[in-house]
Write a protein that binds this ligand. Structure first.
Ligand code: GLN
Length: 486
């Protein structure tokens, strides 16, 4: 059932929000021990919030999200509910305040099922770096029992939605963390324009890239969720003071007369033929519905990964300096202050987070700043210019979301660079600040979902939703993972 359908049933009193929450609590109790999609579950809070939603429905003041049970990525601060960022360093952290985005959702009447697992501090593409154990993708390769990753970093959110352990979820995307896990689990997810959703109360990774966005089983559900999550907030100086359009209406707008760009640089050497074929299918689906297809060039795409893996660690090294055992979370006592900092950070951070802090500190240090960080900033400007040039000719851009389907737990772990290559198609959009969405478009030969990505102009999520809606309609993706407890 989709969020839109559930809202209709709730309004028609076919079932109550309390029953919907209880059904989800039961599904989580049965399946979460296998999937580990949630770090913290909040079954009692869910029932309390559902009761309030039922009262609101009875009073006739319900909104489309009233009574809808969601998973909240454990990077959003939730007042009174433990928030870990999947790091041991924040294991005892209970925020005294609520993030702006989740407060907006609470105001709309949603129900919290729990806090979804992620890569530690959102650094990763597989959920393997979580300090609370990896998430398992509910999908399996045909005829194989091998455990697969759900992607990352919003892998818990993605697995929960795909496995029907939540009707939708919040995610965050710095270099692909909404779109790549959405693609790996056969769901939809959108990273909106930088500034569309407030970052207040979202634990920071790389502040010039981080954006919150929704993950759900349909494009329409994502539109409903984003409509509630987005909006101006004076507490985030990069929050955009612009009206939030009716995203839901945009989903069925159609693509007639739209110009869709196909960037040559995304057709990489060694791209899997299945993914190339799916991309071609996407192109013909849009052409058949009246879009004009235009070949474009985004010449600086090839520098995207290198730029991202300088800028993101640089910002992370600064943002993560605050976890020193003094103000937040865990503390390991030492001989003196410096020793306490060192012991706390050594015990609290995992290997990937330490790697990023060291890379970030290195590229920002005197002597290397000009060679790495400054240079990366300059190329970032050129990547943005690629997009603004392209958007003078096209209304949206179509690409694959990821270079492969979900891979096995434990694969790609020997060399961090192999893992970073996952993000090749997703990092350019956040570097440019433009919105981008992944939708499930088909299955590969092994029965695993593959995603297509739609990139739009700054603040034009409506066109992204229109193209996504058209693709979703043509793809008719109805496959589901088999939901076994073990
Ligand atoms: N996979 C990317 C990384 O490891 C992106 C993560 C994200 O978007 N938060 O940094």
């Amino acid at each position: 059932m989709t969020i839109a359908e559930a809202a209709k049933h709730l309004a028609a009193r076919d079932f109550t929000a309390t029953e919907l929450a209880a059904a989800h609590n039961d599904a989580i109790a049965a399946l979460n021990p296998r999937l580990n999609a949630y770090i913290t579950t909040t079954p009692e809070l869910a029932l309390t919030q559902a009761k309030a939603a039922d009262a609101r429905i009875a009073a006739g003041t319900a909104q489309p999200l009233t009574g809808i049970p969601l998973a909240i990525k454990d990077l959003f601060c939730t007042a009174g509910v433990r928030t870990t960022a999947a790091s041991k360093i924040l294991a005892p952290f209970i925020p005294p305040y609520e993030s702006h985005v989740t407060q907006n959702l609470l105001d709309a009447g949603v129900v919290y099922l729990g806090k979804a697992n992620l890569d530690e501090f959102a650094m990763g593409s597989s959920n393997i770096t979580s300090g609370y154990g990896p998430v398992e993708n509910p999908w399996k390769r045909a005829g194989s029992d091998a455990k697969l990753v759900p992607g990352g970093s919003s892998g818990g959110s993605a697995a929960a939605v795909a496995a029907r352990l939540a009707m939708g979820a919040t995610g965050t995307d710095t270099g692909g963390s909404i779109r790549q896990p959405a693609a790996f689990t056969g769901i939809a997810g959108i990273k909106p324009t930088y500034g569309r959703c407030s970052r207040f109360g979202i634990i920071a990774f790389a502040s010039s890239l981080d954006q919150a966005g929704p993950m759900a089983r349909t494009v329409e559900d994502c539109a409903i969720l984003l409509g509630a999550m987005a909006g101006f907030d004076a507490r985030d100086s990069t929050s955009a003071n612009r009206p939030v359009p009716d995203y839901r209406a945009a989903v069925t707008r159609g693509v007639k007369g739209l110009a869709i760009g196909i960037p040559a640089e995304y057709r990489m050497d060694g791209m899997s033929p299945e993914i190339a074929a799916l991309w071609d299918k996407g192109i013909s689906w849009l052409r058949d519905q009246g879009a004009e297809i235009i070949d474009i060039s985004l010449p600086h795409t090839k520098y995207g990964l290198a730029v991202y893996y300088i800028v993101a660690p640089a910002e992370a090294s600064s943002n993560l300096a605050r976890y020193d055992g003094v103000r937040f979370g865990a503390r390991v006592h030492g001989e003196d202050l410096i020793d306490m900092y060192e012991r706390t950070r050594a015990a609290g951070f995992g290997a990937e987070v330490k790697r990023r802090i060291m890379i970030g500190t290195y590229v920002l240090s005197a002597g290397y700043y000009d060679a790495y960080y400054l240079r990366a900033q300059k190329i970032r400007a050129l990547i943005l210019r690629d997009f603004t040039d392209a958007f003078t000719r096209v209304d949206a851009i179509l690409t694959p979301t990821a270079p492969s389907a979900a891979f096995g737990l434990g694969e790609k772990m020997d060399d961090p660079v192999t893992m970073y290559l996952n993000d090749v198609f997703t990092v350019p959009a956040p570097l440019a600040g433009v919105p981008a969405m992944s939708i499930p478009a088909g299955l590969n030969a092994e029965g695993l979902p593959l995603g297509l990505q739609i990139i739009g102009r700054h603040f034009d999520e409506e066109t992204v939703f229109a193209v996504a809606g058209a693709l979703e309609h043509a793809a008719g993706f109805t496959a589901k993972p088999a939901l076994r407890a073990a």
